[in-house]
Design a protein around this ligand. Structure first.
Ligand code: ATR
Length: 274
């Protein structure tokens, strides 16, 4: 029987996950069906239970249900425990629900493998301190950056994250205005500012000469953050389309134990965006 998978969120109509997983399944000759399901707010548990009770094999979980999925899972991977959120659920042979978070791996794999970048020994600045940033910090720190600064509008939220992840590396928290005079080799924008076409209030001259910048958002047009980065002389700017495909590939690997080739899928999505 064809195995059933889905991405769940609210809203969900815009999701590219069905197209991505259909491409992975075709490429790796996996017999599966993957659809987008609109879950009612406040009914995550009931609807997820119904999906698995009907024989569903796995779910991707997006806004606003990643914390519900974290609570729903019987067993959490180490990285999901750290992330405090789950974007991938799977039913095991023991009928237990396994929860994972593949966002951090998606981000790091896009920077390191797809773009040929390096995080080790770099001075890394992460902008934002919400769920998106919490989800990727442990995996960035596992690359052994020289230092990691979290800057956020609400500094107390950045400080809470820095305290929580302090055992994993050299990590500290600052407000945007306190960045003046510092230099970074890699700046990752994890704020929701790009969604609103906004830019965090960053001081000039915080990019090192060969700095790379990554916006976890993406769109048909260059994001305002990446336009700022180019203007500030960044050597390279990247957006989150590759991260989206890589986190999907990691979920696919968890479910099917085969690793799809992501390059062609990223290129095809990029062409569709344009
Ligand atoms: P997500 O799940 O996308 O991380 P979130 O948890 O609501 O969403 O977090 C949004 C992040 O974007 C926060 O760090 C937020 O800053 P505050 O903690 O100070 O609210 C940040 N953010 C949103 N809009 C922003 C803007 N216009 N400028 C700077 N930061 C912004």
């Amino acid at each position: 029987m064809t195995d059933q998978y889905a991405v769940v969120g609210n809203p969900i109509g815009h999701s590219k996950s069905p197209a991505i997983h259909a491409a992975f399944a075709e490429q790796t000759e996996q017999d599966l069906n993957y659809e987008a399901l609109l879950f009612e707010l406040d009914l995550f548990k009931e609807q997820a239970q119904a999906f698995f009770a009907a024989g569903g094999k796995g779910l991707n979980v997006t806004v606003p249900f990643k914390l519900d999925a974290w609570q729903f899972a019987d067993i959490l991977s180490k990285r999901a425990q750290r992330a405090g959120s789950v974007n991938t659920l799977m039913i095991g042979k023991d009928d237990k629900i396994y929860g994972d978070n593949t966002d951090g791996v998606g981000l790091v794999r896009d920077i390191v493998q797809n773009h040929g970048g390096n995080i080790a020994k770099k001075r890394v600045l992460v902008l934002g301190a919400g769920g998106a940033v919490r989800g990727v910090l442990a995996i960035i720190l596992a690359e052994n950056p020289k230092s990691l600064v979290i800057a956020n509008r609400t500094v107390s939220k950045a400080q809470t994250l820095a305290d929580e992840f302090a055992d994993l590396g050299e990590i500290s928290a600052l407000g945007f205005d306190e960045l003046a005079g510092q230099q970074f080799d890699l700046v990752i924008n994890g704020t929701a500012a790009s969604l609103q076409g906004d830019l965090p209030p960053l001081p000039d001259s915080i990019l090192a000469a060969d700095a790379w910048c990554y916006d976890m958002m993406y769109g048909a047009e260059e994001t305002v953050f990446n336009a700022w980065a180019r203007d500030q002389g960044a050597e390279k700017t990247m957006d989150g389309l590759g991260m989206l495909v890589e986190q999907a590939a990691e979920s696919f690997f968890m479910w099917r134990h085969v690793r799809p080739n992501t390059t062609a899928v990223i290129e095809s999505l990029r062409a569709q965006l344009g």
